[in-house]
Design a protein around this ligand. Structure first.
Ligand code: G6P
Length: 600
């Protein structure tokens, strides 16, 4: 989620690192930093904000070895101190890190007992102290020993004053590549940062450690050289034509990040560090009010079903824009949950103000660390999906639902949810990233369907129970990026109004996985077919019967009913994306809409 660049060669490292970081900044990071290794004058600089917005003149360090980082905060607030590079007690080892160290609290406590002094709140700093602990003159050896104690994800670049003239890099579950130039080497988390210098790269594999020196490099095993074919702008999108598609495709990884370290499968529980401090208050909560806008509100609606069915807590979802102007009935037994990707949406912030004025406990489910909602709520859970650039939210949405499922476990198990039920939910949640990956593999089929349906100007989306919010979100997506009129409707409400719209020019996307309301959905599909309506069904793999009824079928794998929306949303995101592109629109920046709506 963060960006790393390192350089070693015969040129001053600083300008190369600076331009490399700027190439990564398109993703919207919150702080940056450098360490330039120079015998005379080592240079360490860390600052919050964007490099592009940094007005002060940088000094001009001359060292030819350096590491740099642009941070997307996950553990620890956005401060100068928490920015990378981090260092050990003696300020001899400097390190940049991309990823999450899951067992950092345990390691930190142990290292503190052993006498190490920490200066930041980050998980990353434990790596510096662990390397310091094992350092006996050879940096790669110390890195190897330190990493044996670490759980989580990392791409790291490390330098040491005591073993100079080298950068040691290592990776597990976070991307890292070496750029092989003429008498110079780079290391980066993203090809965008090296492409101006070389196209020859080696992608490191998990558990590999590499050492790069001014004149050579070695990895623990031989690796083939690859050539990057992308242009600089394409590299920023990792080769995808749009950020939206990149973000849709990132979902197996982003959901995995949301769940990482939070699922206690044996205990059938969720570990939500951000809620621990208010644990006692939460136990007393009898009602929940979830407040959100736009797509985040659809994720909240899924949460409403989950929290009521599995945690037994009466839950109400509000549009933030309505909340302030109606008379919400809130008492001390109610907690308000704010769901927001940006954490800056003006209506949500205004509603939060209202909630705080009434002295109600407030929680945030937010992506952007240190954003206003994250700061102003009493406690919260971060999504950890990294920057979302496309205006239409995709990867944040599925992780909002996954987080609400974690919250359901967390609250449910403190109330009446049985251990076996908790274990079942935890086990099924852990499988979700793999199932999402499987659905993404059917993209070419969804693209073909989009081609077939791209000229229709009206769509109906229907679903019941957990997939009613999915229907709303499917309609929302195609409206916002393909400018096609769509209605998102409860299957059971169809006959009270929307059925009147149906004819052969008004296709319906019916979300009908095999679950407790499947038969009811089939009746709704029959109602539509009886009016000459066209039906595209989103159904569970293995359901052959649906082919006799629907005109087209998109299959999704089986999971628990409460988790189905995470899966059923994926084809709807892809369908909207392809229809938007086929209609010739800039899907990343839909007309009249903004990513972060900071006005009421
Ligand atoms: C805007 C965006 C939507 C987003 C909504 C809420 O309308 O275009 O994609 O769902 O704001 O934003 P938030 O950052 O609070 O989730």
């Amino acid at each position: 989620m963060c960006g790393i660049v390192g350089y070693i060669g015969k040129k001053p490292a600083f300008p190369i690192l600076l331009s490399g970081l700027k190439r990564l900044e398109y993703r919207g990071y919150d702080s940056f930093g450098f360490f330039i290794s120079d015998k005379e004058k080592p240079f360490l600089f860390k600052k919050i904000g964007k490099i592009s917005g940094f007005k002060q003149n940088f000094p001009n360090p001359s060292g030819e070895i350096g590491i740099a980082h642009t941070r997307w905060a996950t553990t620890g607030q956005v401060t100068d101190v928490n920015a990378h590079p981090h260092f050990d007690c003696k300020k001899e080892i400097f390190l940049v890190h991309n990823g999450i160290i899951e067992n950092y609290q345990f390691l930190k406590e142990k290292l503190i007992k052993e006498g190490h002094k920490f200066s930041s709140e980050t998980d990353t700093e434990v790596l510096c102290h662990l390397i310091e602990k094992y350092f006996e003159g050879n940096l790669e050896e110390a890195v190897r020993k330190a990493l044996r104690e670490v759980k989580g994800a990392y791409g790291i670049a490390v330098v040491s004053k005591k073993d100079p003239e080298k950068i040691v890099v290592a990776k597990f579950s976070s991307p890292l590549l070496l750029g092989i130039g003429q008498e110079e080497f780079l290391v980066a988390s993203d090809p965008a940062a090296v492409i101006a210098h070389t196209r020859q790269v080696i992608n490191l594999d998990d558990n590999e450690i590499a050492v790069i020196k001014p004149d050579n490099f070695f990895i623990l095993k031989e690796k083939p050289l690859e050539t990057i074919e992308w242009k600089v702008e394409e590299a920023e999108k990792k080769g995808y034509p749009h950020f939206m598609l990149k973000e849709i495709m990132e979902q197996p990884e982003s959901i995995e990040n949301t769940l990482k370290g939070r699922l206690l499968t044996n205990e059938g529980m969720a570990k939500l560090g951000g809620l621990e401090l208010i644990h006692d208050k939460l136990r007393k909560i009898k009602r929940l009010n979830i407040i959100a806008c736009g797509t985040a509100r659809h994720a909240a609606l899924v949460g409403e079903y989950m929290l009521e069915e599995y945690a037994g807590i009466p839950t109400k979802v509000d549009s933030a824009s309505e909340f302030r102007y109606r008379k919400p009935i809130l008492d001390k037994d109610t907690a308000a949950i704010f769901v927001s990707q940006s954490g800056e949406t003006a209506d949500s912030l205004a509603a939060l103000k209202e909630v705080k004025q009434k002295g109600i406990l407030s929680l945030g489910i937010v992506n952007v660390v240190g954003s206003s909602i994250a700061r102003e709520t009493d406690a919260g859970v971060y999504l950890r999906v990294g920057p979302e650039i496309a205006v239409a939210s995709t990867k944040a949405t599925t992780s909002q639902i996954a987080t609400l499922a974690l919250l359901t476990l967390f609250l449910g198990r403190q109330k009446e949810m049985a251990l076996v039920m908790g274990q079942r939910i935890a086990r099924e949640l852990a499988k979700i990233p793999e199932l999402v990956k499987k659905i993404l593999e059917t993209d070419s089929q969804i693209k073909e369907l989009s081609q077939k349906y791209k000229t229709f100007n009206n769509f109906m989306y229907i679903g019941r129970k957990y997939d009613y919010p999915t229907a709303r979100e499917g309609a929302h997506k195609i409206k916002e990026i393909a400018y096609v009129h769509a209605e998102g409707c409860r299957g059971g409400e169809l006959k009270h109004c929307e059925l009147a719209l149906i004819d052969e020019d008004f296709p319906t996307v019916a979300i009908c996985p095999s679950n407790s309301v499947y038969e009811k959905m089939i009746s709704n599909i029959e109602e539509i077919k009886a009016r000459n309506g066209i039906v595209i069904a989103v159904a569970t793999e293995g359901n052959e019967e649906i082919k006799n009824l629907a005109d087209d079928v998109i299959y999704i794998p089986k999971t628990l009913e409460m988790l189905t929306p995470i899966l059923s949303l994926i084809p709807l995101q892809l369908f909207a994306y392809h229809v938007g592109v086929l209609r010739g629109y800039n899907v990343d920046k839909p007309r009249n809409l903004a990513k972060s709506v900071t006005v009421e």
